[in-house]
Design a protein around this ligand. Sequence first.
Ligand code: HEC
Length: 125
Amino acid sequence: MQIRKIAFLGLLVYAFVGCSDKPVESKESTIEKKYTVEEIYTQMCAKCHGAKAEGNPMKKGPSLNEETAHELEISLYDLKNGGTNQSSGSSNEVMEHNMQKIIDKGMDYDPKEMAEYIYKNFNKK
Ligand code: HEC
């Protein structure tokens, strides 16, 4: 009787561990896609570029509200690829560092989507 009880408990534990493994994994992958570009901008970008992309001199973040969606998209591709901006010759060290942090947090974004978000919501004209 005692042995059957233990075997039953063992089975329960096995079933529990076996089940709990998979949902945790799929939960993580939904979290990664859970953030909208708006949430990412507000949480990750606004502190350096301003809540309305007006720029933040304290953090040396340039304003992003005068660039076209296309210009922003090109800059964001550059930043994401981690290279220095060869066309302007400026180094993107500050941003590069930040991109890695963003990716580590599972807040990766599509440059085109982010560019359009910034342009549509913050562009001055
Ligand atoms: C730690 C401060 C900081 C954060 C956070 C930050 N940036 Fe920047 N960003 C900068 C600085 C400084 C520059 C200019 C120098 C450089 O390119 O590294 C810049 C440059 C840029 C440029 C290029 C601007 C141009 O005129 O070419 C874009 C686009 C940009 N950031 C978008 C973003 C987005 C989108 C996020 C959030 C996902 C973000 N930044 C987060 C500091 C930051």
